[in-house]
Design a protein around this ligand. Structure first.
Ligand code: C2E
Ligand code: CA
Ligand code: CA
Length: 401
């Protein structure tokens, strides 16, 4: 959108051109004459809008607008509307497109405008089936959003905690919080069934906040327990989705969450994936630095699976790398995994970054990581993710394998 000034008598739009913007009068007065001679000219004053039909794509809309006084106008282009609707709720986006298309049809049918195209072409798809599919998909998303919202309100999400074991001492140093949905009819659902849809509907933001608060509350309970048995406090790893990071209020949100959290901030480890780092680099550096200033640690999860760029490790304030499970399962099968893991471990050591090995299921895998000097290990060999009440009796005990 941009603001333009016109002198008294200036042409703002000339009927020779097809108009493709709407205009809001901020100051002055504008007279609009319509190419369709059946409509009387109209004068527009501050606060009024004209030319909005010009926002409808491919509509051969022509007007003449003249400044009757020195005037200031806010010009809204088709591109402005597209940019804004691209980020709005998908259902609102679709309705807007359909209403715009419906407004175009009667005009196109009137005069000598081009024969009207089906709505599908306007939506960038070319068959009736596809349009139905696209609408059904949106309606499904909408429904899913409602269900997730309700599930949060009804407290249907629960967390399981997987111990993170020190490969030096063999004791539990921390936990990873992993969310599950106790669905009223479908039973206990793994994140595989709902995280992606929570991301697509932005429900990952309230869900992520709930996970953060619940995991922090539980960590405080674990740590009080550990204190009574003279053990070091543990840390809690919390998975943060790239969608949570893309939110404009992300830093304020983490600041509020950390202010309400009763643990030592260094005991909160936020797990992010490479997709977070691939977004707008400068903004990401700024946000990650802001989050680090809150005192938390940052863990780069699933390392090695994405577009792993070693430059990330320099550029972003990462404390720990989690070597992806796929490398662990490859260790005993192929030489490549072993070499990659060795290279990652060496690099991390040089950069003073800790290493967590994920998905350890066999003793041999554990030994390899221990020999390589990895700091922590996590996997079914040591423990599956467990509900909090099953973790409490394990606190302070060495998990044997
Ligand atoms: P992740 O962050 O990579 O979490 C590790 C996953 O590996 C967990 O699956 C865990 O149960 C599983 N796992 C741990 N040890 C082993 C092992 O030895 N062998 C095998 N085969 N698997 C192992 P889970 O709980 O199903 O979580 C899947 C993914 O869902 C997580 O992958 C994470 O990306 C996402 N997720 C889970 N909780 C949250 C959450 O609170 N927020 C967000 N944004 N994502 C979450
Ligand atoms: Ca994780
Ligand atoms: Ca992982």
């Amino acid at each position: 959108m941009n603001r333009k000034k016109f002198q008294k008598g200036d042409f703002i739009v000339n009927s020779e051109e097809v108009s493709s913007s709407a205009y809001i009068v901020e100051a002055g007065e504008v007279r609009v004459e319509y190419a369709d001679g059946n409509v009387e000219p109209v004068n527009f004053r501050p606060g009024e809008m004209f030319g909005e039909l010009g926002l409808i794509k491919d509509l051969d809309y022509k007007i003449t607008a003249t400044a009757l006084e020195n005037s200031v106008l806010l010009v809204v282009s088709q591109q402005d509307i597209e940019d804004k609707t691209a980020t709005c709720d998908p259902l609102v986006n679709l309705f807007l497109k359909i209403f715009m298309e419906r407004s175009r049809l009667p005009f196109a049918q009137l005069g000598d405008g081009p024969a009207h195209r089906p709505i599908a072409t306007y939506l960038g798809i070319d068959s009736h089936d596809q349009i139905k599919q696209s609408q059904n998909h949106l309606l499904e998303l909408y429904q899913a959003k409602g269900e997730l919202q309700l599930a949060i309100e009804r407290n249907e999400f629960i967390l399981h905690y997987q111990p993170v074991i020190s490969l030096r001492g063999g004791h539990t140093s921390g936990f990873e919080a992993l969310v599950r949905w106790q669905h009223p009819t479908r039973g206990l659902l793994s994140p595989f069934h709902f995280i992606e849809i929570a991301e697509q509907t932005d429900m990952i933001i309230p869900l992520g906040n709930w996970v953060f608060e619940e995991a922090s509350r539980q960590l405080a309970i674990f740590n009080r327990h550990l204190k009574t048995i003279d053990q070091q406090p543990a840390f809690m790893c919390i998975n943060i989705s790239a969608v949570q990071f893309a939110d404009p209020f992300v830093l304020q949100n983490f600041t509020d969450l950390m202010n309400r959290n009763e643990n030592d901030p260094a005991q909160i480890h936020l797990e992010i994936t490479e997709s977070v780092l691939m977004e707008d680099g400068d903004r990401t550096v700024q946000i990650l630095n802001g989050v680090k200033e809150l005192g938390v640690e940052l863990v780069l999860d699933d390392f090695g699976t994405g577009y792993s760029s070693l430059s990330y490790l320099h550029r972003f304030p990462i404390d720990t790398l989690k070597i992806d499970r796929s490398f662990t399962s490859g260790l005993l099968r192929d030489k490549d995994s072993m070499e990659i893991v060795r290279a990652i471990s060496g690099l991390a050591k040089n950069l003073n970054i800790k290493v967590v090995a994920e998905g350890i299921e066999q003793l041999e895998e554990l030994s390899i990581y221990r020999d390589m000097g990895s700091d922590y290990g996590q996997g079914f060999l040591m423990s599956r993710p467990l509900p909090a009440e099953e973790i409490i009796p394990l606190l302070g005990k060495r998990i044997s394998w």
